[in-house]
Design a protein around this ligand. Structure first.
Ligand code: TXA
Ligand code: MG
Length: 317
């Protein structure tokens, strides 16, 4: 099997109704989707990604009014649901029995998101089941932000890739649940902590633990390219090496002495939103070059820079 890339929602729908896998575009990253009510279909996701079954999936739907069929929104999270859906936010909700244990790894809660992408929203509206979808990359690798990325890595394992262009946000969703009665961030992502706090006040961020039982997928050494990533002062690290052997992923600067094609500048104007949208694309691009190591640096620790730093630290392990 070789996946077809196309924009045909009816084709995507037909495969999903047959219990097959379809890659779907979202504003965060591309997802690898299957019918969330069908354990056998969901099992194919774990197989295709080589993903351990203790790592639960996010369930995607087209509107808040459809969530009641499979989950319950706790009162403390209602304000966030209203403010940020559709968008790059996942909420941990009380699960109902229709969700097979495989989908949420037998936990009490199920992760739910309403993605903000026109093609995928139309697809979700046309289906009478929600879609379970993790990021469409092999387990542990960088998430895909365009159809080509998905095709390169999983093309032989899925039926259809719905092409919705480049993901605008470029970072996975921010995951929020309730802990000790309060909204808590379990994974930093495409919705900044500042925006969340503007709605619900100060929140705990519990996203840095390498063995976080709330989000098993938050293992260290996630989001890694194949090439080793060195995180630090790019200029200093460069001075220690042969400049022909390094790739550079910088926030805003170009470095002298290193071939320009081996450098990926995230945002020449220093814009964190633009930088976030290009981060995974940059890691992939440099991974594909004939260099031995990728040198990179931390972003300013604010806005989407926080989630970017989380991914950079993990990729550098
Ligand atoms: O932006 C995104 O969230 C993308 C797009 C496709 O929606 N999806 C995504 O899925 O990043 P994935 O599977 O790569 O990451 C989902 C994370 C994992 O770390 C998993 O452990 C956590 O969500 N998660 C899922 N269900 C959970 C649950 N019931 N309780 C705690 N964590 C959960
Ligand atoms: Mg993932």
């Amino acid at each position: 099997m070789e996946a077809v890339i196309g924009k045909d929602i009816d084709k995507a729908k037909a495969f999903l109704e047959e219990g097959e896998l379809v890659a779907i575009p979202t504003e965060t990253v591309y997802g690898l989707a299957a019918n969330a009510f069908d354990a056998q279909a969901a099992a194919k996701i774990f197989e295709a990604k080589n993903r351990p079954s203790f790592d639960p999936l996010i369930v995607h739907t087209s509107g808040v009014e459809r969530i009641g069929a499979f989950a319950r929104i706790p009162d403390e999270l209602r304000g966030l649901a209203e403010a940020f859906w559709p968008g790059p936010m996942t909420l941990l909700l009380e699960k109902k029995d229709v969700i097979p244990d495989l989908v949420n790894s037998g936990l009490e809660r199920v992760a739910v998101r309403i993605p903000d992408h026109p093609l995928t929203r139309r697809l979700l509206e046309s289906l009478d089941f929600p879609l379970a979808a993790p990021s469409a990359n092999p387990f542990g690798y960088v998430s895909p932000t365009c159809a080509r990325h998905v095709h390169d890595q999983l093309g032989e394992k899925i039926s259809y890739i719905l092409d919705g262009g480049h993901s605008d946000v470029g970072l996975e969703s921010t995951i929020i649940g309730i802990e000790n009665g309060k909204p808590t961030v379990f994974r930093l992502g495409g919705l900044s902590v500042e925006k969340i706090e503007a709605v619900v006040g100060k929140v705990e961020v519990r996203a840095h633990s390498s063995s976080n039982p709330q989000a098993p997928g938050m293992l260290k050494s996630h989001y890694s390219p194949m090439k080793p990533v060195v995180l630090g002062d790019i200029g200093e690290e460069l001075a220690k090496r042969d400049p022909r052997e390094v790739g550079i992923l910088s926030f805003e600067k170009v470095y002298a002495g290193v071939p320009r094609e081996n450098q990926f500048v995230l945002s020449e104007s220093g814009d964190l939103v633009e930088a976030a949208a290009r981060l995974f694309q940059g890691l992939r691009a440099l991974d594909g070059k004939g260099v031995r190591v990728i040198l990179t640096e931390l972003m300013p620790e604010r806005g989407l820079g926080r989630a970017m730093n989380d991914r950079l630290r993990r990729s550098a392990v």
